[in-house]
Every structure is written in C-alpha cells, then in structure tokens.
Design a protein around this ligand. Structure first.
Ligand code: DX5
Ligand code: ZN
Length: 218
C-alpha cells in the first residue's frame, strides 16, 4: 500500500489546524513533520512543543523527520509530543545503531534518512533494524525545491538491498515530489510519499485527493 505523508512545512503557519483538517477530510493517513535546527540544515522550523499541540488536532500518523544535530537529546521529547515514526539522518548520528535502538525502546518506528550525496552502503549494517529508509530527493532544509533524478536509482538500490535480505521495509521519498513524477518514484520502489508544496501550494484537499487517486493504480 502506498502512503501519502504531506509535509506541513508548506502550510500557511497562521492556519495550521485548518490545513490539517483538509488532509483529514481527504483521508490522508500520515503527516510529515520537518524539524530543523538551523545547524544540521540552514533553516529553522519547529520542534516538539508545536507537535504536541498538533497532536490534539488529528489521529494521523505523525511522521517526524529530524533534521537536527545529535537527535538523541530530543527523542524522548518527540515521543511525549506524540510522534509515531521518527527518522534521523545517517549524517547527523555518531552512533546510528544506538540511536535506532533508542527510538525503538521508546516505542516508535525508526527510519534513517540519506542526503542526496550519501551512498546506500551506509545502511549495510543497520538496515535489518529499520522500519523505514527515507531517500532525500532534494538537499534538506527547504520546501519547494526541484527533484534530484539520481534519487530514483537510490530508491531502487535500497529496495533491492531490502528484498535481498527478505525485509519488509518502508521506503519514503522526500523532496520535489509532484503529480508528474510520483509514478516514477513509486515504480522505483518507494511506498511512502512526501509532498509539501505539491499539496499545500494550492487546495490541500484537492491535491491530496489527486495523489491518492494516482496511488490507486498501484
Ligand atoms: C526538505 C523537507 C521536505 C520538504 C518537502 O528539507 O524534508 O519534507 O518540506 O517539500 P517539497 O515537497 O515542497 O519539496
Ligand atoms: Zn522531510
């Protein structure tokens, strides 16, 4: 099953709850929450206190993407705030295996994200412990950037690595995904689709329905 996880980064922040209500109306299953610290990425977004407030607004899966240095310091806060899935970057964790174990210990699903220039080989000794791999198809930090085509090859490589080991791994693609390229992304092997500007750049209800309609074909 293909899961849509719209990125809240492109919502009108003066009306976040309205944006979430539109997604709920379209029966979107997950909400992608981009946490940025201004150090790992050149932008600052929001943290656990905001997520905690949003938790009261919806039952959607909270898919939290941590673009922060030393994420271990905050894992418990995100659990308390209501995160269901937590994804950390391979590039920001000194002890990635330990971080993944801690996410599981706290009762959340664990994902590892790879920046566009990071090879799939970094997953070799950790993929068996993961619920999800997030392939970045833009350099993290901002919404509305263009899709980097080499991400498709990377998705296929991760899917092959998972299949070769008999793993039922979720593969998420994040950055520059729109209605035109989402078919290629799914065909490469992804099953969790993030879309920020392609959902909130217009009517979030209509755009979500359009994505969900494409997913029905797979
Ligand atoms: C980028 C974020 C993405 C971003 C996606 O650093 O991780 O989730 O919001 O936005 P679009 O879909 O507009 O590229
Ligand atoms: Zn993201």
């Amino acid at each position: 099953m293909i899961i849509l996880s719209p990125s809240l980064l492109s919502v009108d922040f003066a009306h976040i709850a309205d944006g979430i209500a539109e997604l709920d109306r379209a029966k979107v299953p997950a909400l992608h929450l981009d946490v940025m610290d201004g150090a790992f990425v050149p932008n600052i977004s929001f943290g656990a206190p905001v997520i905690k407030c949003l938790r009261k607004e919806t039952n959607m899966i909270f898919d939290v993407h941590l673009m922060i240095e030393e994420p271990d310091r905050y894992l418990e806060d995100f659990r308390k705030a209501g995160a269901d899935w937590v994804t950390v970057h391979a590039e920001s964790c000194k002890h990635l295996h330990r971080t993944v174990a801690r996410i599981h210990e706290l009762g959340m699903k664990a994902g590892v994200a790879l920046n566009p220039a990071t090879p799939v080989s970094v997953l070799d000794y950790v993929i068996d412990d993961l619920d999800m791999v997030l392939v970045m198809s833009v350099n993290p930090g901002f919404g509305g950037q263009s899709f980097i085509p080499s991400a498709l090859r990377k998705v296929a490589e991760v899917r092959k690595m998972a299949d070769d080991r008999g793993l039922e791994l979720d593969i998420e693609v994040d950055g520059g995904v729109n209605l035109k390229n989402v078919g290629d992304v799914i065909e490469a092997g992804a099953n969790v689709i993030v879309a920020g500007s392609a959902v909130f750049g217009g009517d979030a209800y209509e755009n979500s329905c359009s994505f969900l309609k494409v997913f029905e074909k797979y």
